[in-house]
Design a protein around this ligand. Structure first.
Ligand code: ZN
Length: 108
């Protein structure tokens, strides 16, 4: 099952695309369906995820895992980009997902 299945996104049969998405084996429980759909950018996805968890903090590792980012550095880059904007802050704290003490990002 690959992304190609949803290339008809935007056409009237959106429900069909959503059904296909729901079958994705790598889907993370609890994630809104929009996370798997383009055209949201990675930055928007990271922002939406942190906002959804707010005010609980999340570390870069968990951001990468939740959003299926293959490169953790990608998450790191994005969370750093968000820090300081729109109430996003970054500091060393306990991640609410993995409970590790790491650099986490959260939104106030
Ligand atoms: Zn974590």
């Amino acid at each position: 099952m690959h992304g190609g299945d949803i290339e008809d996104e935007g056409r009237p049969d959106r429900a069909r695309a959503l059904r296909l998405l729901a079958r994705k084996s790598d889907w993370h429980a609890g994630m809104p369906r929009r996370f798997g759909r383009d055209p949201m950018t990675v930055l928007e996805n990271v922002s939406a995820l942190i906002t959804r968890l707010s005010p609980s903090p999340i570390c870069d590792d968990c951001v990468a895992e939740k959003l299926n980012l293959t490169v953790r550095q990608h998450a790191n880059h994005k969370t750093r980009e968000l820090a300081g904007t729109n109430g996003f802050e970054r500091r060393r704290d306990i991640c609410s997902i993995c409970y590790g003490e790491k650099l986490v990002t959260r939104r106030n």
